[in-house]
Design a binder for this molecule. Sequence first.
Ligand code: NAP
Length: 259
Amino acid sequence: MDLGIAGRKAIVCAASKGLGRACAMSLGREGVELVINARTADMLEATAEEIRQETGAKVTAVACDITTDAGRASVLAACPEPDILVNNAGGPPPGDFRDWDRDNWIAAVDANMLTPIFLIKATVDGMIARKFGRVVNITSAAVKSPIEILGLSNGARAGLTGFVAGLSRKTARNNVTINNLLPGPFDTDRFRSNIQVQADKAGVSYDEMLALRSNDNPTGRIGNPHEFGETCAFLCGANAGFMTGQNVLMDGGSFNSTF
Ligand code: NAP
């Protein structure tokens, strides 16, 4: 399927590895011009080169912390008029809410609520004026089905979800959609390190814990980041303009409900 977005410009945040990288790769395959970001410069540049080699897309790498004002300014300077914005950042650490002070909460809200909101604020009026815009926020299945030890993530991402629910209805008239993509378990570095922690706690090997988690899922496996990237690209497609304000859950059917 041709998504009809060749030649469009995209910012993909937190994209040197994992889900962000997969989204950038899928958009690159569609002929989208990319600005990608992460904090570690050499890994980011290596990813930019891989995307160029695999897709032929023009890729600009901007190494910075997207959760800071200065970081966002440098990404926006590299792509002042994006047609597509994929919001992403590292997730907050797990823990017990009794241990979290104001600074922990502010860091989580900064990264997983305010950073996407400020990037939307900086870009959405240009999208409205140009009558095309696609915003995809990478959030988490934990927004729909909370994971107790990820309270910082559950809380901060729920704030973003509420904001998007309102704004997305205001921008749709001008062909600007805003959707959230909610990953369940996907095979990334972050996921692998979580599996290791769970394995250590349970006194089993990494492979045993991975098999347990895979077995728990209706698909009998963990998600492949490529599948996530392709769904993100679909939401950014020219023909996805009638789909907005949605929370698209990609968890292999793990969330058990009729609809
Ligand atoms: P990952 O494999 O660890 O990749 C994270 C990427 O984000 C890296 O490129 C990292 O590069 C970059 N990054 C982190 N903090 C950043 C910052 N402040 N500024 C700019 N770039 C930053 O993680 P992932 O699994 O793809 O997860 C992506 C998001 O999805 C996270 O918020 C995570 O909580 C959420 N999620 C993932 C899963 C899953 O199963 N994978 C499930 C639910 C939710 P640098 O470290 O060099 O900056």
